[in-house]
Design a protein around this ligand. Structure first.
Ligand code: SAJ
Length: 412
């Protein structure tokens, strides 16, 4: 199958880099987004999200005319859907953005088109997408009706890139290709081969859906194991970091790192999609989620106890991001813990986050201040390491020895 024009629906953390990388291979790409701001920003050659080097690639493909953004879908050879699939307040997946995307592209579909769902999705969503498309276009046939003979091909190819390394991983990672028929998989493989250097591995759509969820649930369960160990060690007065280092000497043991909780938009979210589909069976996966979600409360209790030793507790919160050396504060346990310290009035709060310039409003309004590391180390009597940013690894033991220290990341 030949691709002269590809449309990417949803120009966020996955859609925009994907659109830009495909365009950089010389293929015409039309990006579609519901946000006028996103569309305008991209058409000016700029970006509205944070990802290293993405600005350079977008600027270059917009300048050469290979990438263009619009609000209204138009005809293309292939449509790549990369819209959000958030959780609702009951921990259930919300796939309404996929439904909206299906309804938006249905009118411009033509025989021979390929539709790929990239969004992380609960099992069965690709079939639902195909159903919504077919409802809107009864004049066309879809793989659920016609298999390999269908007019439109549909596949699920989950993204698996690591934020911060998206441009490298988009090209280097292997891709799982979950076609609704063999022809669907073949067409999707041909599309990814235009820009992916990794292997494209074929399966069906449902297995591809669960594979992506499984990868993130595996991480979550293993982090929960480490977090549970850290609480057991606290009770038994054992250094969890030493314990893990020793246990990891075993050739077949590889324990991950405990932390203040699990953040980000994927690992703390995707396991719930499995729990929602199989609530009676997914007992370990659910427990892991609960353990990781409760870890910030445990850390907060530790901070309270530490602060109680001082008449005027001055607490340095080191790090707000959801992991090391990035500026992304969304779904960050560090941010939540800092906010709780302020809300519960546990002490004066000095925040150090080398990757941001202004403190989030929620913290500033409650009296938090953003300071340089040196100032925090000088003024605080309680030091809480919430993120293992590289700047914090250099703090000297002399300074720390004179303070009460809570190191949630095992930096020191
Ligand atoms: N964390 C720990 N201990 C560890 C490892 C991580 O507490 O040993 C915490 C981190 O501090 C962070 C959270 O887990 O708060 C998640 O961080 P991460 O770097 O492990 O993963 P993400 O969320 O940035 O990206 C993940 C990746 N998935 C896997 O590694 C299985 C990425 O490949 C996916 O594409 C992405 O989710 C996604 O979009 O699903």
């Amino acid at each position: 199958m030949e691709f002269n024009k590809i449309s990417v629906i949803g120009l966020g953390y996955i859609g925009l880099p994907t659109a830009a990388v495909i365009a950089s291979r010389g293929i015409e790409v039309v990006g579609v987004d519901v946000s006028q701001h996103a569309v305008d920003t991209i058409n000016e050659g700029n970006i509205h999200i944070v990802e290293p080097d993405l600005d350079i690639v977008v600027r270059s493909v917009v300048t050469t005319g290979k990438l263009r953004a619009t609000i209204t879908p138009e005809k293309a050879d292939a449509f790549l859907v990369a819209v959000p699939t958030p959780l609702n307040s009951n921990h259930q997946p919300d796939i309404s953005y996929i439904e909206a995307a299906a309804k938006a592209i249905a009118p411009v579909l033509e025989t021979g088109n390929l539709v790929i769902l990239e969004s992380t999705s609960p099992v069965g969503t690709t079939e639902k997408l195909a159903h919504w498309l077919s409802e809107a276009r009864p004049d066309l046939s879809f793989p659920q009706q016609a298999g390999d003979e269908a007019d439109i091909r549909v596949a699920h190819c989950p993204e698996r890139v690591l934020p911060g390394y998206v441009l490298q991983e988009l090209v280097a990672n292997d891709r799982i290709i979950g076609g609704m028929s063999n022809k669907c998989s073949e067409a999707a493989t041909a599309l990814y081969q235009t820009f992916v250097r990794g292997e494209c591995i074929n399966t069906n759509a449902r297995t591809a859906e669960l594979s992506k969820l499984t990868e993130n649930a595996f991480r979550d369960v293993n982090i929960a194991f480490a977090n549970e160990l850290s609480m057991i060690c606290d009770k038994l007065k054992i250094d969890v970091w030493e314990l893990i280092k020793l246990a990891n000497r075993h050739p077949r043991v590889n324990i991950l790192k405990p932390g203040p909780g699990v953040g980000g938009h994927c690992i703390a979210v995707d396991p719930w999609f499995i729990v929602d589909s199989a609530p009676d069976e997914a007992r370990l996966i659910r427990s892991a989620r609960e353990i990781n979600d409760n870890k910030p409360k445990f850390v907060l209790e530790k901070i309270k106890t530490a602060a109680d030793q001082f008449k005027r507790p001055v607490i340095a919160c080191l790090g707000l991001a959801f992991k090391a050396d990035i500026d992304d504060l969304r779904e960050s346990p560090a941010l939540g813990i800092t906010q709780d310290i302020l809300e519960q009035d546990i002490g004066e709060v000095l925040v150090v986050e080398p990757n941001i310039k202004t403190l989030p409003k929620a913290l500033a309004e409650r009296g938090g201040v953003l300071v340089k590391l040196d100032e925090a180390l000088e003024k605080a009597n309680t030091i809480v390491a919430l993120v293992d940013h590289k700047e914090f690894k250099k703090i000297s033991a002399n300074i720390l020895n004179s303070k009460v220290v809570i190191d949630t990341r095992g930096i020191w």
